[in-house]
Design a protein around this ligand. Structure first.
Ligand code: BV8
Length: 240
């Protein structure tokens, strides 16, 4: 069986900005989530211990919002690129590493997606470890469907917690030829540190509404809304 050698392996890192035009808020934009919520209260394990109802309500609100939005042209363009690899129209390989907890990449048709900060559509039982899919509200006294104890929490990675799939991500970063960040402010680590890890062996591209704070980190920067820039970048890639 001949080993498939893709001409190029691309890792895309997405952040809240790719979902902005679907109607989901970002964190650090002026109208973002952190303008109305205190990170320490809703995005740390200490905050959850202190006031689980406040945290559950924060995630219940975002989960409910998810039901009312659709993937946008940027999510769809990335799904098209993965399909082109699958159909042999592009001799490459694509992995999406997302900091987002929404499911818009999957709903756009992407399969090869790693949610390093977890998923809004799942909860996790701190007693038995079950991570059932969860589309409704979850409250501090909601019983776990597996062990029936009231010990469910959002299945997301809070500040101070270890991001998910880091070994698979590090392997993909070490072997990639192109690293593209889309809609991320590059403030949260370890995701924000990925570009520095790949600069010596991969072409680095930043796609963002604003020019990056440290432009020298990227070989190329495409400035504009994701729904315009990502389809343009994919068309250019497939046309090459
Ligand atoms: C860890 C939960 C150890 C789910 C989130 C000091 C120095 C360095 C690091 C640290 C430090 N002190 C503490 C740390 C560690 C800390 C950290 O990085 N803190 C920062 C704030 C300094 N990190 C951690 O604790 C992480 N864990 O380090 O463990 C470890 C490390 C390595 C290996 C093993 C163990 C855990 C971090 C995860 C925290 N959880 N979310 C949820 O509620 O969603 S973080 C949160 O921020 C989201 O996940 C979000 O995705 C993420 C990053 O934000 P962005 O996605 O970039 O969104 P943002 O609003 O910031 O930016 C939006 C961008 O889109 C903007 O640039 C905007 O211009 C652009 N945009 C807007 N509209 C559009 C657009 N672009 C294109 N088109 C548009 N239309």
């Amino acid at each position: 069986m001949t080993q498939h050698h893709p001409a190029e392996r691309i890792v895309v890192l997405t952040g809240a900005g790719i979902s902005r035009e679907s109607g989901l808020e970002t964190f650090r934009d002026a109208d973002g989530l952190w303008s109305r919520h205190n990170i320490e209260d809703v995005c740390t394990p200490e905050g959850f211990r202190r006031d689980p109802m406040l945290v559950d309500r924060f995630y219940n609100g975002r989960r409910a919002e998810l039901a009312g939005v659709q993937p946008n042209a940027a999510h769809l363009a990335l799904a098209e690129l993965e399909r082109a690899a699958h159909d042999g129209r592009w001799n490459g390989e694509l992995l999406i590493v997302t900091q987002n907890i929404d499911d818009l990449h999957e709903r756009a048709g992407s399969r090869n997606v790693l949610h390093m900060h977890g998923e809004l559509r799942r909860v996790r039982c701190t007693s038995c470890g079950a991570t059932p899919e969860w589309l409704d509200d979850c409250l501090p006294d909601t019983p776990c469907p597996a062990c029936h104890r009231p010990t469910l929490r959002p299945d997301v990675v809070w500040f101070g917690e270890v991001p998910l799939h880091m070994d698979r991500i590090q392997t993909a970063l070490a072997g990639c030829d192109r690293f593209v960040t889309i809609g991320t402010s590059g403030t949260v680590y370890p995701a924000a540190g990925f570009v520095a890890e790949v600069r010596d062996h991969a072409e680095t591209v930043d796609i963002n509404l604003d020019a990056p704070q440290i432009p020298t980190l990227f070989d190329r920067t495409l400035v504009g809304p994701a729904t315009r820039m990502v389809p343009q970048w994919v068309t250019e890639l497939l046309g090459a």
